[in-house]
Design a protein around this ligand. Sequence first.
Ligand code: GCW
Length: 840
Amino acid sequence: MNLRQVVRSFVLSLLIATVAARAETGAEGWLRYAQLPALAAALYENAPRQVYVCTRTSLAENAASELMRGMHSLLGRQMTLTSKLPDSGAFLLGTSDELHAILPGLAPPALPSSESFSISTETVSGHHFWIIAGGSDRAELYGVFRILEQIAQQHPLSAVTETPASSIRWVNQWDNLDGSIERGYAGRSIFFDAGHVRSDLSRVADYGRLLASVGINGVTVNNVNSDLRTLEPEMIQELARVADALRPWGVRMSLSVDLSSPQVVGHLATFDPLDPSVAAWWQSKVNEIYKAIPDFGGFVIKADSEGRVGPSKYGRTPAEAANCVARALKPHGGLVLYRGFVYNNHLDWQDLKADRARAGYDNFQALDGKFEANVVIQIKHGPIDFQVREPVSPLFAALQRTSQAIELQVTQEYTGQQRHMVFLVPMWKTALDTDLRAQNRATPVKEIVEGKSFHQPLGGFVGVANVGLDANWLHHPMAMANLYGFGKLAWNPDLTTEQIVRTWTRLTFGNDPNVVSTIDDLQSNSWHAYEQYTGPLGIGTLTNILGVHYGPGIESAERNGWGQWFRGDSQGIGMDRTVATGTGYIGQYPPELARVYESLTECPDDLLLFMHHVPYTHVLHDGKTVAQYTYDAHYAGAATAATYPQRWQRLKGLIDPERYDQILKLFTYQAGHAVVWRDAVDQWLQRISGIPDGHGRVGHFPGRMEAESMQADGYRVVEADPWESASQGKAVVCERPMGCSLTTVLDRPAATYSIAAEYFDLRNGVSHFQLRLNGKSIAQWLADDKLPPAVVDTNLDGSTSTRFTVHGVSLKPGDVLTLEGIPDGEEPAPVDYVELQPEP
Ligand code: GCW
């Protein structure tokens, strides 16, 4: 070994020792502050060891202790907080004026907003100062997090001044007071339990820290489907404790409220927003809140939507409702975020002109300019509902005299529920970068929601986060990149996907180049792969929209009032939203963009079925027909997911064992579930279109033995519902407590194979499975996974279908393969098929 190699291996062993020493629960998220190898730490040898805070507010002190905590953890360095300006070097934290007052020689840059910060180094009388100047103490904290982020990535520190792109950078939590979370996939609420605020709010404080580190400044803590008790006086007192836990991190609490509160909580005869007694009630309620929570952020309002009451009850408009509440908040500096998600979920599906996508624009466009200055319309990025691909909502361009915020969904409701790795930043970037061409000029969505395009006073980003009590917050360790990425984009939507994922990976898993490039690649392409194996061409995710929004449930979107139709029949598929022959939705876009979407030839393929109804033989830009493209996309997407476990396994030893194992398990599951998706959609498409797959794959599985065709002892054949969620529509169940079995005599050429068993893992039982080869056990496992849905679903369907694979089995003709299942509880050890695949 030469000296370089010696040093490298020393550094490597140090790194491994550090990694091995800590049990990684994921609780720290991207704030691990993992100790740097000695060589990297040497970069910061000259960094000061003292910290001086100009004004000791609790936020500024928190910033200082975060800095000390980070420096200690990253560099093993003891830091001290000094109460008088040191005459040796130090980190100095303060506002520009404060810094100038203590060291008149200093000239920190002018900061454009109270949330701006700057980092610089200065040498005064031979002493080295690192200066973190903030427009406020909250911004000092942002500066501290930025320094630590640089060090954790082993970047040299450089002078920088930053200002967030918009002032509203909030997360929403859809937490219910009973402790459940609507569309939450990572355990119960960190805020509530059994109708009350939790007594232990330590996770709330930790959450505040994570959020602050990426610049989030607000949390709406309760579900937009708001509990009517939210504004009861006792609840406000309890909620004040949540605000207290968030305050040290500069994160303001806000609440979702139901517009009927004046009636339900205040016992008024009405909640008509134009009734003076209602306005007075809101005013006194808001005053009461601010007494308990002086930095209260405001209200989020969901009204006239999905069963929530609203102003329509009194023939009033959303503007009249929003303004009534906003006027009460105004004297305190609070905001109303009124959701644009207002639509009729009892549409007539037989009416070819009916269109849910039109609703946002139809309900709000005429109200432009009629809102109070502290009202912001919170608009989901697409016109339907967080599908895997949607165009952006045309409402963004239609509101030119109203402040707007974009609502993005971090919690992966329609995108794999944190069982599938789906990195959403590329999807959000696509939305934010979409140029709506309002007024025939460049008006990308990001600039509209920043308030820039139309010179609005407010604007911003709201992310539906739904973290839970799971130690790692979101269940899938990879999903934390979405929360991180949301915060980063809210701060600066011009960051690239690469910048975001790279930083996240380095902070979360360390700086090993192999680790960084593997994870970045996995994450970056994951949305595309998920789109391919679920719903390509803008058709919608194709999940069961009437149930848990997880596995395939294709036709659940059709023929009901929810309006998520794609109108597939034997002739063709897609929603005709054109002005010429369809619902006219496309006409809601500014003319330049509308022209592109209206044209069958110019409309981008990935939005084709969102905008147009076409025959399955319609030829796309790449020369394939719609039918063949769809078959191929599903095969390609599932093939990509199939690579995840192997690619991950190459990182063994470079990642701590806890997260390594957890992610390997999730990737293995995802690879299997991608096949469930692929087969469900492709089988369905082949049947409805009558067009066979040009490559002969769909419906023909050479290695597959359907459970219903194996020799059964005790197993009974059942139909799957919907049929396409089981291979060939059928599965088998065992109702004998002692168990049942499926046997087959193999006739494949002698070789090494993987054997996959496709079974259904229900929540209401833990069945036991065993595979035997010629009587000898080769694998056994329990159907004990806690799959979505979190509610008990007794269906054998695309949400519960799960794959177990055993690799490297030598098989020869005449071998006898047996799958045994022992039911448990109400789970009848259900099986779909067994599949053999030759392995190299
Ligand atoms: O997509 C739907 C979700 C609901 C949610 C609603 C909304 C909180 O399925 O669970 O309700 O959107 O955004 O209000």
